[in-house]
Design a protein around this ligand. Structure first.
Ligand SMILES: Cc1cc2nc3c(=O)[nH]c(=O)nc-3n(C[C@H](O)[C@H](O)[C@H](O)COP(=O)(O)O)c2cc1C
Length: 227
């Protein structure tokens, strides 16, 4: 199993280079390396992408957004990863705006069509000084579920405390949660890949591919089928 390659991608929602989120992800990358896997960080602050606009076009389309910015590049990197970690700072008692903007635009304009993250392993790490990590964690978990990802946790949610840069290094329990989560994500990816090597059976693919084209009449069992 150790020989099975694992490529994790961390989406970093921090606006501050060298801050606590970056530092936690350096730690997570080292955890992955020690387990023979790779963890690459994609810093949203380095990409140029528009917010989901008010055009409402996506509600009538069956294909992705045609705005030409970096969002398609980001989605492509997510498609290639075996597992994705959302690393999110808490701002104003909620999700930092960069990640919020990313979740809205990527979800509404790209992911909702063919759900390309289906069956990828997903994890969430939330970082803030003190307040409201749990709500942000729930929001990310809902988003992973929406994208049909396989959520892997650490036991306690991976929430870390740190205000000024470097304070995250003092949160040993938080770092330990992140370490466990990364290790378990790697094990889960290897388990899935091992299964797929051993069998030619498809894996959790019974869901329709594009919910935008779904015939809603197919959604419901008839009363006779139910009884
Ligand atoms: C605009 C702003 C709002 C913040 N709001 C919160 C908050 O509601 N709860 C909290 O625990 N920390 C809050 N913080 C603190 C950050 O979450 C904390 O500094 C964290 O380490 C940021 O991650 P970074 O170092 O990667 O930027 C806020 C920070 C900023 C800049």
């Amino acid at each position: 199993m150790e020989s099975i390659s694992v490529e994790l991608l961390a989406i970093c929602g921090s606006t501050r280079a060298g801050g606590n989120t970056d530092q936690m992800l350096q730690f997570a990358a080292e955890v992955a390396r020690l387990k023979g896997a790779s963890l690459k960080t994609l810093n949203l602050r380095d990409y140029n992408f528009a917010p989901s606009s008010t055009c409402g076009d996506c509600n009538y389309r069956e294909t992705p957004c045609e705005l030409t910015d970096d969002m398609a590049l980001i989605i492509e990197q997510m498609r290639r990863a075996d597992g994705i970690i959302y690393a999110v700072p808490v701002h104003g008692f909620g999700m930092g705006h960069l990640m919020q903007m990313f979740i809205e635009r990527s979800g509404v304009c790209f992911l909702r069509f063919d759900r390309p993250l289906t069956n990828k392993v997903g994890g969430a790490v939330i970082i803030g000084r003190r307040y409201n990590h749990s709500n942000v964690h729930s929001q990310i978990v809902s988003n992973l579920l929406l994208n049909r990802m396989i959520i892997v946790g650490s036991g306690f949610p991976a929430v870390l405390h740190g205000g000024r840069p470097n304070e995250v290094w003092d949160d040993l329990e938080g770092l330990d949660s992140a370490r466990r989560m990364v290790n378990r994500m790697i094990d889960m990816v290897r388990t899935i890949k091992h299964y797929l090597q051993l069998t030619d059976r498809s894996f959790l693919t019974y869901e329709e591919a594009n919910e935008r084209t779904l015939d809603k009449d197919q959604l419901f069992l008839s009363r006779e089928q139910f009884i």
